[in-house]
Design a protein around this ligand. Structure first.
Ligand SMILES: Nc1ncnc2c1ncn2[C@@H]1O[C@H](COP(=O)(O)OP(=O)(O)OP(=O)(O)O)[C@@H](O)[C@H]1O
Ligand SMILES: [Mg+2]
Length: 504
């Protein structure tokens, strides 16, 4: 196919049997897509990483990353990591549109989510990429690792709606994405588990070590090999692939994938000699001051704060504001567009004050006017940005934990100390996150003997100005046996907490 951009770029992926360089033609790859198959450990993710590294900066890259393996591309190549757990469904869609608008290279890290959420999130994101307005149809590689999850051949345990959503997203990507600039690169452990129409749309294949006959046969069919030749696929070593297709080679060619610059976050599972410990020393190491450690609020691990580079681009796509239009002047395959600078601080945020600890930052966010009315994901994002600005490590605080800290702060629990605080925290155990702040305020009043929060105050803590919602909240807490509500004939309402009155 002629190269419409006039730009030639070859991605060097490794060496052939005679030591010759084996490359993938980038322009051709954009037009004809790629399917990678190989058993676990055959080197698929390594291959994808090599491919991404070798063409980083030449073409926009969008990585759907179920394991969070590819987030390390951020340090070396400036990809923006989208931590899927921190955003709502609508925000994920909006992010996808901005990713296309600004031609940002991103990694959608799904590792914090449950499998079904991963699937929904990826489907929403892919669909929004696909539905981007025509003026943003720039060429981009869309890499989907573990593609059998997102385009399963059989129904499995996934619910029908999620399955329909994800299959349509993946089919759109592979079948109709090309016209919109999206070039799918999918990797799977098992061809037999990948939906046939998704596999069938790739014209380029890289087949790695494969044990099961059914997968080997499928791979051989795609490579145009007979049964006997197909045995080669079984004998491949880790990191070796058979390649075929218009972007790679007209005949099946063996390639040993070359080295990579970045590493997977988890690192390789190599055998490291076990530490030698004196008799009893290991047990002491494990049990030393265990109870104390277990009662500490903060987890011990404190990963370093995320790297600062490429902040402009990251803020450009994550900040909730309308950004100035980036003129689509670049031709396909031109260097990725610069994102606009001068991102504004998040809305509703008070100026950065004295917040020097993580709890103080949460408190500042919680006490800002209207805080409870804002979506948790937006609050969480402010929190992450402020921590980063203050040089405070916050990656150990996920959205769930943040919501609890937020409830502690907005209800005033964080200002209490000692036994009262412990008693209230344990009384609130098991209460859903969105009910926590008003419930804590009720518990605090019951414990300290101060006035019960009125309807307005409960509404403020609950993030709702609607009296009927507040009433439903109280009904719900009452049904759960958490509170008892008495309303007298005059309409006066009193709230008691059974556990506390019983204990009193
Ligand atoms: N070409 C290569 N050169 C050097 N090391 C490699 C190569 N390919 C793979 N490896 C190493 O082999 C291990 C397994 O590779 P990788 O994670 O890419 O497998 P995979 O096919 O993605 O497996 P899974 O399906 O379980 O995710 C990794 O530690 C990787 O670094
Ligand atoms: Mg892998």
């Amino acid at each position: 196919m002629p190269n419409p951009s006039g730009v030639t770029a070859t991605i060097d992926i490794g060496r052939g049997p005679d030591g010759q360089a084996i490359g993938i033609d980038l322009a051709e790859l954009l037009a004809t897509r790629l399917l990678v198959q190989g058993n676990s450990g055959s080197g698929k993710s390594h291959l994808l990483r090599r491919l991404l590294e070798e063409c980083a900066g030449q073409v926009q890259q969008i990585v759907i990353d179920p394991e969070g393996d590819f987030v390390t591309l951020a340090d070396a190549f400036g990809h923006v990591v989208i931590d899927a757990g921190a955003y709502s469904a609508r925000e994920i869609e909006e992010l996808a549109l901005r990713v296309r608008q600004h031609r940002a290279s991103v990694v959608l890290a799904l590792d914090e989510l449950e499998v079904e959420q991963q699937i929904r999130c990826a489907a929403l994101f892919l669909t929004a990429l696909f539905d981007a307005p025509r003026e943003h149809w720039y060429p981009a590689l869309v890499v989907v690792d573990e593609a059998q999850m997102f385009a399963p051949a059989a129904a499995g345990e996934m619910n029908d709606e999620a399955r329909r959503l994800t299959l349509s997203a993946m089919t759109n990507l592979m079948c109709r994405g090309r016209k919109r600039g999206l070039a799918g690169i999918v990797a799977t452990q098992r061809l037999a588990k990948l939906a046939k129409n998704v596999a069938a749309e790739a014209s380029n294949f890289l087949m790695g070590r494969t044990f099961l006959d059914i997968d080997m046969q499928r791979a051989a069919d795609l490579l145009g090999m007979d049964r006997r030749q197909a045995e080669r696929i079984r004998d491949l070593q880790r990191g070796q692939f058979l390649g075929l297709g218009p972007a790679i080679s007209r005949r099946p060619v063996a390639v040993q994938v070359g080295a990579v610059q970045t590493s997977a976050r988890a690192g390789a599972q190599t055998l490291i000699p076990l530490p030698q410990a004196e008799e009893g020393a290991m047990e002491a190491l494990l049990t030393d001051r265990l109870a104390e450690a277990a009662t500490q609020q903060q987890p011990v691990r404190c990963p370093p704060p995320p790297p600062a580079p490429h902040k402009d681009l990251e803020e450009a796509i994550t900040l909730p504001r309308v950004l100035p239009e980036v003129k689509p002047t670049a031709a396909p395959l031109a260097p990725v567009a610069e994102a606009p600078r001068e991102a504004a601080p998040p809305p509703h945020a008070p100026p950065l004050g004295s917040g020097t600890t993580l709890e103080e930052i949460v408190r500042e966010i919680a006490l800002a006017e209207g805080a409870a009315y804002r979506p948790a994901a937006a609050l969480f994002r402010d929190f992450a940005i402020r921590c980063r600005q203050s040089g405070i490590a916050s990656t150990h605080v996920d959205l769930t934990r943040f919501r609890r800290l937020f409830a502690f702060a907005i209800s005033g629990l964080d200002q209490l100390k000692g036994d009262t605080r412990i008693a209230i925290t344990s009384a609130a155990e098991g209460v859903e996150d969105d009910l926590l702040a008003p419930y804590l305020a009720i518990l605090i009043a019951a414990h300290t003997g101060s006035a019960m929060p009125d309807e307005d105050e409960l509404g403020r803590l609950y993030g709702s100005a609607s009296p009927s919602r507040v009433r439903r909240l109280l009904d719900h807490l009452e049904r759960l046996g958490r509170i008892v509500v008495r309303e007298d004939f005059g309409g006066e309402r009193s709230i008691t907490v059974p556990m506390i009155s019983a204990a009193a």
